[in-house]
Design a protein around this ligand. Sequence first.
Ligand code: FAD
Ligand code: DLZ
Ligand code: SF4
Length: 521
Amino acid sequence: MSNPVLVPVLGDQLTRTLSSLRGCAKEDTVILMMEVWDEATYVKHHKQKIALIFSAMRHFAAELRDAGWSVDYVKLTDEDNSGSFTGEVARAIERHAPRKLRVTEAGEWRVQQQIEEWPDKFACEVEILADDRFICSHAEFRDWAEGRKHLTMEHFYREMRRKTGLLMRDDGKPVGGEWNYDAENRQSPDSGINPPPAPKFAPDDITGEVIALVKERFGDHFGDLEPFGWPVTSDQAEEAADAFFAQRIEKFGPYQDAMVHGSDDLYHSMLSTSINLGLIDPLALCRCAEQAYSDGKAPLNSVEGFIRQIIGWREYVRGFYWLKMPGLADDNALNAARPLPEFFWTGETEMRCLADCVRTTREDAHAHHIQRLMVLGNFCLIAGIDPKAVQDWYLAVYADAFEWVELPNVAAMVLYADGGNLATKPYAASGNYINKMSDYCKKCSYKVAQKTGDGACPFNPLYWHFMDANRERLESNHRIGRIYATWDRMGEAKQREYLDSAEKFLDSLTPASEGWARNVN
Ligand code: FAD
Ligand code: DLZ
Ligand code: SF4
């Protein structure tokens, strides 16, 4: 092929209708896919995450070739692999002498910075296209955000409902009369929990090869590599989605915030990895959910809840990320500075809730939303853990973690590190919340009902320690400020008990050793 169009496709762009591929002619295009050391190690990703991405990339390349495309696929182990996207594009330019580079913008700010240097670095024309796999463009989000003091997700979500027409009546009102049915979605797991597990996919030869590679090259990264069961092709992602709509969406809503020891999937879709890699279309999933409601197969509270996660939260955090980067990564409004405890990596803690959330994270490279938010995240918030350490941890350990979705959730939603642009109040909670929404506390060595002293659930004193330490900032917050009246009524002796218990607990924590999240040289 002489002077073709060269189309680099990144590891989270595995979509046949990607903007950079649309309009290209097979006989005139070389698709470049690159396994590179920089991407595999900018944090030390969970072993399953690397295996998932490499396997999905290799399967996608094979599908493209079967469909008649020319794919230049650089494996991690290829001799002369430069280890970076820019280095590999430079080498591919030497191989193919393209007349033009055509690339879809990156999901992550870090990678987009590299891409934006390409027009100056390379002699050929470079075309950078918007990623229109999202419903809301960057410009649309910026317009929506302009002039607003609080970027309330609920308001953004309504715009997305109107834009997509999902669960909308002809008169412009929401189906069922309400926009949000969250009040019906807070069932504790005491009764009726018997979820069929999400399907797991046995590794084929391609995945087997990748698993061997990860064992050899990334053996010191966090997490269990096997059993490996993630969907790695769009067919498998469709099968996983079909199983969700047939078996689990009905109870998705009511048990959305429930936590059960030893159980990860519950009624969740387990589709975030497939959505984020581009194997399945998020809007199509929402249309299937809407259909399940129209067909009477799932109640409105479940369907609306699922759709809100995707066209609401997912789109919103992506818009927020691009609006706030690069500053968001450095925000630390609460001046939190404590190192991440070692147990986030080892799971070795007597706190049964945290031990279970780290277990599922290690075994599956996944934990569901409320585990990430109200157990792991809440602990980091009220223990005052350094946002950078928390961000690295979340980015490394979850198979669905890409910075554009991880960072707003961690920095802004969980840690309030942006000072409250995203969350109107910090999601701080004592052990009572975890006890209400889970079966963790019954068999924990700590007593959830005990507020202070040896044996008290650490979340209880930590909650008040956090509130006390951040009084100046939080007292004026209309959603949480009134709590200080309760604190003041306790009197000095009780307050001292809380603060001493919290400090004793914090002093007992072992900081994580270096080398878990990033390679140290
Ligand atoms: P379901 O419960 O079935 O939800 C359906 C879909 O909605 C998900 O697949 C996802 O695409 C979307 N969704 C739900 N909640 C969110 C949210 N808060 N933000 C964006 N999308 C959402 N999700 C990621 O995809 N990558 C991350 O790196 C990530 N990091 C997170 C970190 C923290 C601290 C928190 C609180 C949440 C994070 N989430 C992240 C959101 C959420 O926890 C996961 O999307 C969800 O657990 C994935 O499992 P699921 O597919 O079964 O989700
Ligand atoms: C996460 C990841 C990993 C581990 N490895 C690669 C890789 O070798 N090649 C690749 O194209 N993408 C990889 N990714 C995903 C990229 O980090 C992802 O494309 C960026 O986050 C896009 O901004
Ligand atoms: Fe977690 Fe406290 Fe419950 Fe133990 S008692 S499981 S530490 S919330």
